[in-house]
Ligand binder design. Sequence first.
Ligand SMILES: Cc1cc2nc3c(=O)[nH]c(=O)nc-3n(C[C@H](O)[C@H](O)[C@H](O)COP(=O)(O)OP(=O)(O)OC[C@H]3O[C@@H](n4cnc5c(N)ncnc54)[C@H](O)[C@@H]3O)c2cc1C
Length: 335
Amino acid sequence: MSDKKILVVADTNEFVSEHILQILSKARSLAEHYRSKVAALCVGTYRQERLETLLYYGAHYVFLFECNRSPSMGGVCDILASVIRQHEPAVVLFPATDWGKAVAAKLSVRLDVGLTADCIDVTLEDDFSFYRTAMNQTMLAKIRYINCNIRMGTIKKDVFVKKTWEYGTTGKIETFPTLLSNDDLDHSFLEILECVQIPQKIGMDLEKVSIAFCVGRGVKKKETCDRISQLAMRCGAGIIGTRAAVEMGLIEKERQIGQSGNSIAPKIYLGFGVSGASQHIVGIKNADLIIAVNTDKKATIFDYADYQIIEDLEDVIAEMEKQLLLVKRERSIVV
Ligand SMILES: Cc1cc2nc3c(=O)[nH]c(=O)nc-3n(C[C@H](O)[C@H](O)[C@H](O)COP(=O)(O)OP(=O)(O)OC[C@H]3O[C@@H](n4cnc5c(N)ncnc54)[C@H](O)[C@@H]3O)c2cc1C
């Protein structure tokens, strides 16, 4: 068992965001491998049930530094710096939000430790490696830390899948009342009166999509794309696309999946006319089952697919429409 913890810094918001839960879940799986513990650090005011959620999603400990007044960025950094110095964790992870990036940057300078921004993966083999895109998103950089025992990283949203842990609820919540000096208070003219969670736009909640139909360049025509959308609607699936499909105007940019788009973790991914470029695959690496339709039997996507359909996608769509019609007829006969 390593005595070096993995720390996850939650934001000072009373809500525990999906983003934090995704990072925690990843931290916990790294900790299982490293035989270490995960601690979530919260500064501010949190509701009890929110803190318990952190345990449920992977934290062995939650350290709450409770302040009833809004701390300044400097105040937050003072608190976090002293916890990090005390625990000397192996890894400290922050959400790659504006707030997370600013706090991480200040702390890395103050503690003289390495920091990688906007990570899309963290792995542990003989040492921790952080991955991020580089050179204007054209390359994937693998970053190792030398001459520093604490490795810090800000993590992008939706690159990890949130996961509950069986023994999560046996973790501990420890509260430390924090007295802030006048300098540590947020003196901006903004005062937080109430925190309200804004519901996501209907139809864009890609995180919750359990079946995803993906439109690739091979779809070619808007009419074919509309037929795939119809099929998706009837199968309870969400519709997504590759960058090539977005550039062709087949699908909106918000639905682009991959390195420069969103990441998803559906139960089933069905790709129509998608070649399987690495920049797209990175966004679907957490899918449970991948089915690909492509006329080219050498298409890269078949290296990742659980089922390969080497057919013209128009024929596959026609067959799916036929089958759905049959199911509908059978149901109407039964009724
Ligand atoms: C910096 C950078 C960032 C990028 N970010 C992303 C990203 O976020 N997401 C992303 O998707 N891409 C991204 N890309 C682009 C990526 O490299 C690929 O160009 C893109 O994913 C290809 O999309 P595609 O598979 O739809 O098209 P193509 O690669 O053109 O593949 C089309 C496929 O359709 C098949 N096909 C054609 N006709 C039919 C038919 N009738 N029936 C069945 N199959 C057919 C073909 O055999 C082919 O395999 C990025 C690239 C760069 C450089």
